[in-house]
Design a protein around this ligand. Structure first.
Ligand code: AHR
Length: 510
């Protein structure tokens, strides 16, 4: 073991002398599957995520199928969305699911207390969500109300959705037009119960979790509310009190938002920024590596077999809302910097595939770091969308472990590693995703592949001239996926020159 590490280090040192970055890819050590659900998304009843973004109603002039926007459905299918979390977020712990079933005109309206105090008419409820998931080919992940809901409500929701037996709930489902149960595996038990989900202590939450988990029956993957950011104590207590009871918990969540300024009252702007903001954002997002590592170590204490998945069900950039928009709607622009943040995080999650089993970027349409923005009948695919599309090659592929030695990208005497990588193998194709964080300098990367040998190479790139380039309504796309020239590999080696501020996919075939 020791000698392998030393040989790797030596190899990296020798090869790094000739290039700025040296990466060794160990195809002979490929073992862990990268769950496709790492590429998951999140849709909350927040701003125009659901209404206007996904759902416009059957009578809308915007082309739709059963009320779901044709353009959005098409784009999500094309991107390959494996799993979708709903209905929140903070909204989840105020949501009473029975408000959202039955004839649409007869559903009660409620106030969306967390997000702008707007009227929620409940026209998008359980049936609509599950219908939408079937349309786009995503698995459903439903987040149960713990903060203001009851155990009975939760247990009835699971029964309504998943049971094929005869019961008042399944009869109600049939009366509402759905004969067969849906197959919904993922159920979240509460959201941010340390904050908007009830301001609980971890000890109290863990007990409540066990109660809810006991009465939500079936072959389910139950996800406990985990910590935010650096709250290692929350993870420790929840794992300690739940994970030793097999069958009670299958996943624990983690939330981490990239707040460029570190200041919630002024989070910086999503567009119209300079290199300082670029650097700070990337620096902050790289924290995800430490967070996943440290929380995994805590999970290992109680679950060394890695039976319980880490579910990073909220992550991404959170900037100030765009000027002139409702502050409660959290609408922000999405630039090349967001592409970089998405790519860096997905590389991190891939590299931790042994523990990270699902992640859900926040949020899918028209909120925080969205893959899609809509304005009336128009739709824009954001730079983040193109990263998810490029990276879908990793879904359910086998992780290829890598070692990297790279120069630093330094700004204002602070430094981050210039290049970030992950790679996987599927159907004989080795896919390597690389980010060059440096906005001023290309990076010569030397790849060395141990194990299998490859003869063919192809590549694609996401980049732009401007740090804050974004795709706007009514204009040609500035940021999308373009072809990228690479040489063929020779003797297990390949040199790639990553353009400055770019995300690159290299694929090798035998
Ligand atoms: O994504 C927006 C909000 O951020 C979610 O509702 C909440 O869970 C988190 O604090």
């Amino acid at each position: 073991m020791k000698s392998t590490i030393l040989t790797n280090l030596l190899l990296l040192l020798i090869l790094a002398a000739n290039s700025q970055t040296k990466i060794i890819l160990h195809t002979d050590q490929a073992k862990d599957k990268i769950s496709k659900d790492i590429y998951g998304h999140f849709a909350e009843h927040l701003g125009h995520c659901i209404y206007g973004g996904i759902y416009v109603g059957e009578d809308s002039e915007i082309p739709n199928i059963r009320g779901f926007r044709d353009d959005v459905v098409g784009a999500l299918k094309d991107m390959q969305i494996p799993v979708l979390r709903w209905p929140g977020g903070c909204f989840a712990d105020t949501y009473h699911w029975k408000d959202g079933i039955g004839l649409r005109g007869q559903r009660p309206s409620i106030v969306n207390v967390h997000w702008g105090g707007v009227t929620e008419d409940n026209s998008f409820g359980t049936h609509e969500f599950l219908d939408f998931c079937e349309l786009v080919g995503a698995e459903a992940y439903i987040n149960i109300n713990v903060g203001s809901g009851t155990v009975q409500e939760a247990s009835e929701w699971v029964e309504y959705v998943t049971s094929s037996n005869k019961s008042p709930m399944t009869e109600l489902r049939k009366k509402n037009g759905r004969e067969e149960p849906w197959s919904v595996k993922y159920w979240g038990i509460g959201n941010e119960n340390w904050g908007c989900g009830g301001n609980m202590t971890p000890e109290y939450y863990a007990d409540v979790y066990k109660q809810f988990a006991t009465f939500t029956r079936g072959n389910l993957y139950k996800i406990a509310c985990g910590p935010s950011d650096f709250d290692y104590n929350w993870m420790d207590v929840v794992m300690q009190k739940t994970a030793r009871n097999p069958g009670l918990v299958q996943g624990v969540s983690l939330h981490y938002y990239t707040i460029q300024t570190g200041n919630w009252s002024d989070k910086g702007n999503a567009a119209g920024f300079g290199e300082k903001e670029w650097f700070e954002t990337l620096n902050k997002t790289l924290e995800m590596e430490n967070l996943v590592t440290r929380h995994s170590t805590i999970m290992d204490k109680y679950d060394p077999q890695k039976r319980v998945g880490m579910i990073v069900d909220e992550w991404g950039n959170w900037f100030n809302v765009e000027e002139g928009t409702n502050p409660g709607f959290l609408f922000q622009q999405n630039s090349l910097r967001d592409a970089m943040v998405a790519a860096i995080n997905l590389n991190i999650f891939n590299n931790h595939a042994d523990r990270v089993k699902m992640t859900n970027i926040a949020q899918m349409v028209n909120v925080l770091q969205s893959v899609i923005l809509t304005k009336d009948e128009e739709m824009v695919l954001t730079p983040t969308y193109y990263v998810f599309k490029m990276y879908n090659v990793h879904q359910d592929a086998t992780l290829v472990p890598s070692n990297i030695s790279t120069e630093n990208y330094t700004y204002n005497s602070k430094s981050v590693p210039a290049v970030n990588v992950s790679s996987s193998i599927k159907d004989g194709v080795l896919s390597i995703t690389l980010c060059n964080l440096n906005p001023n300098k290309a990076q010569k990367v030397e790849l060395e592949i141990t194990g299998d040998s490859y003869a063919e190479a192809s590549a694609s790139v996401i980049t732009s001239d401007k740090l804050d380039a974004y795709n706007d309504f009514g204009k040609n796309e500035d940021v999308n996926i373009r072809n990228f020239e690479v040489d063929k590999p020779k003797n297990g080696k390949l040199t790639v020159e990553l353009p400055s501020k770019s995300v690159v996919l290299v694929q090798l075939k035998q």
